[in-house]
Design a protein around this ligand. Structure first.
Ligand SMILES: [Zn+2]
Length: 72
């Protein structure tokens, strides 16, 4: 449970959208809210840096909401 409400659906490990390759356990609902929050930032970075698949070093995954377990 977090500010987006209680967990819903099975928990799976999803690859971080930041391109770090790390996997984070998330339920279906919170993966959805994570994508909604983070994907626009990733898209903005990719538009600014179209030649790279990975975000620049100044991209802070903590800022983007990456945590080991968001349901703590
Ligand atoms: Zn959840």
């Amino acid at each position: 449970m977090d500010e987006y409400g209680p967990c819903q659906g099975p928990v799976n490990r999803y690859e971080a959208l930041s391109g770090s390759g790390e996997l984070y356990p998330r339920c279906t609902r919170h993966y959805g809210t994570y994508v909604e929050r983070v994907q626009p930032r990733i898209d903005a970075i990719r538009q600014q840096y179209p030649d790279t698949d990975t975000p620049p070093s100044w991209f802070d995954p903590t800022y983007a909401g990456e945590r080991w377990n968001e349901d703590d």
